[in-house]
Each structure stands twice: as structure tokens, then as C-alpha cells.
Design a protein around this ligand. Sequence first.
Ligand code: FMN
Length: 329
Amino acid sequence: MSQYPSARFSVAPMLDWTDRHCRYFHRLMSRHAQLYTEMVTTGAIIHGKGDYLAYNEEEHPLVLQLGGNDPQALAQCAVLAEQRGYDEINLNVGCPSDRVQNGLFGACLMAHPQTVADGIAAMKAVVSIPVTVKTRIGIDEQDNYEFLCTLVDKVAEAGVDALIVHARKAWLQGLSPKENREIPPLDYERVYQLKRDYPALTMAVNGGIKTLDEARAHLQQLDGVMLGREVYQNPYLLAQVDAELFGEHWQVPSRHQVIRNLLPYIERELSQGTYLGNITRHTLGIFQGMPGARAWRRHLSENAHKRGAGPEVVEAAMARVPEESVVYS
Ligand SMILES: Cc1cc2nc3c(=O)[nH]c(=O)nc-3n(C[C@H](O)[C@H](O)[C@H](O)COP(=O)(O)O)c2cc1C
């Protein structure tokens, strides 16, 4: 079992999607799911003009995902992250985008296991929060089990606290990042094998998981599951996570109540200059599968970006969805 219970279920890091508004919204439905930031590069943190480490206190347990390859820069960012109160740091060894490859980090680091290990060791030396790696099972033609084990051996030696394995390889040339999340086949068995061969290493699987039944099946073999797109598109899935995967039965708010609970946050953010649409875009899927779901999405899509749009737009969108009579608990 995992040393870090919250790693039993996590919401994947997703660039442009899992920003702090999204994470605040997700947290309204699960107290235990571990949430990830988008990938933040060490360069942005060290040299950027904005505050790339900003988050809301409510988001804990929260993992900062770093993109980078220079041990010194990673260590510097890890210290800053710990000071800011992040619960964990994760190094991205899975992103195949051209931009990331040009910076020599992300998935192409799989071919440089010593660099990954040096980065992990450098971070472990300066922080006491867990430091983890998110990786693929291979890249390009380097997709045999031994290739993956070489990376795992190195990072284990460097003291990595957990591995999250996206159970498909990445093609570094010729496929877009989106295609790289769909075309290379999933191979869960390889991740199970890895856990059998490294039983002391905390390990979570990621990729293509859509239901909590599937999640439970993976948890028979592994310490954790990480879901990305399904949670983003169908966020109310999170409302069952605490009861079904953490054994905590609290009165989870209904879909409508989740949105009502978001309104004070929206007001606070709007008063600080955030656009309504930047928050509501993450909520479009909350009524998925319910009567009125389309009207909700349409009202928000047509109105939330307008100048001066405020909570009344959300209330009006919600009024188009019949209130549920049964509350999940
Ligand atoms: C829009 C989008 C952005 C993503 N950005 C990141 C990222 O910043 N870091 C990362 O490690 N993975 C990123 N991913 C990959 C996801 O974390 C995850 O590995 C992938 O979507 C497979 O999981 P899923 O099938 O549950 O979505 C991204 C995925 C999507 C859809």
C-alpha cells in the first residue's frame, strides 16, 4: 500500500486545464483526491514575471509538477515549492510535445535516466516533502521492459518516493501530444509487472481509466490510480471518490450545490480581475448525462465571456437544469 494515502487517487496534471480555478472546483467534490498543478517549467518559476506557484489553500493535498532537467534548477524550485506549502513535487518525464523536447525535458528524458536520477537526488537533498516521477512506459523504438527498468532502477536509487506510469509509450516524432495520448496502445500489464518487480516502490497507473470500477481493479495490483481527461470532462465522478476509494462517507453536495459552493469563490476572483469564463470553463461537464446538461453548457459558453459577466450568469445557467432529487452520499 502507498505511503501516501492521497496518492491512491489523483487527478492528472493537464496543461491549460488543471489551473488553480479547476483545482478549487474539483476540491469541492473530493476531500482526498490528490490534485496536480499543470506542468510548470523551472525556467518559468526562476525567471518568469508571474507567480507560477500561486494556489488556493483549499486545494491541498496538492502536487506541483515540474518540467526541467537541470538538477540545480530543480532543487531551487523544489525549495520554493516546499516553502509555499506544496505537499509533493513531481517531475514530468512523460510529455512528448516539441516545445518540451526542445528544452530537453519531459518524455525524452526517458533516454537519459541518469539526468532524471540526478534531478531527483538534487531535490531529495533539499526538501522533506515527497518527490515523485511521472513517466511513460517507453519512447519511440525504446519500448522494451528493460529500458523502463533502467529508468526505474536509477530513480529508485536516487530515492524517488513514488512513480506514476502512463501505461503507453510516446512517439517523439510524428505524433501530436493529443495523438500520443490516444494512438500508442495501453499496456497496463507492464505496469503491474513493474510493481511486482519493485514491490517496495509506491506506484500508480495512469491512462485511459474512465470509471471507479476500473480504478478499483487497478488498485488490486497497484498503490494508486491517476485519472485525467475523464475527470475533466465528467468532474462529478469525483463525488464518489471519497466514499468508494477512501472509505469516507460524507454528505457530498449535489451537482447544483457544488456550483452554489463555487459562487463565493467566483465573486472573490472576479473582484480581483479574473474573467468569469476562466473559471466556468472547467465546470461545463458537471451535469454530464443529466437533463439540461446541454442548456447549462450553452448558456455558459454564450455568456460567461461577455464583459461584466458575473455570478448571475452561472445562476441563470443552473436554472436551466432540473434540480436533482437524490443526493449521492
Ligand atoms: C490537455 C492536457 C494537458 C496535459 N498536460 C500534461 C502536463 O502538463 N503534464 C503531464 O505530465 N501530463 C499532461 N497531460 C497528460 C495527462 O496527465 C495524462 O497522462 C493523460 O491524459 C492520460 O491520462 P487520461 O487517459 O486519464 O487522460 C495532459 C493531458 C491533457 C489532455
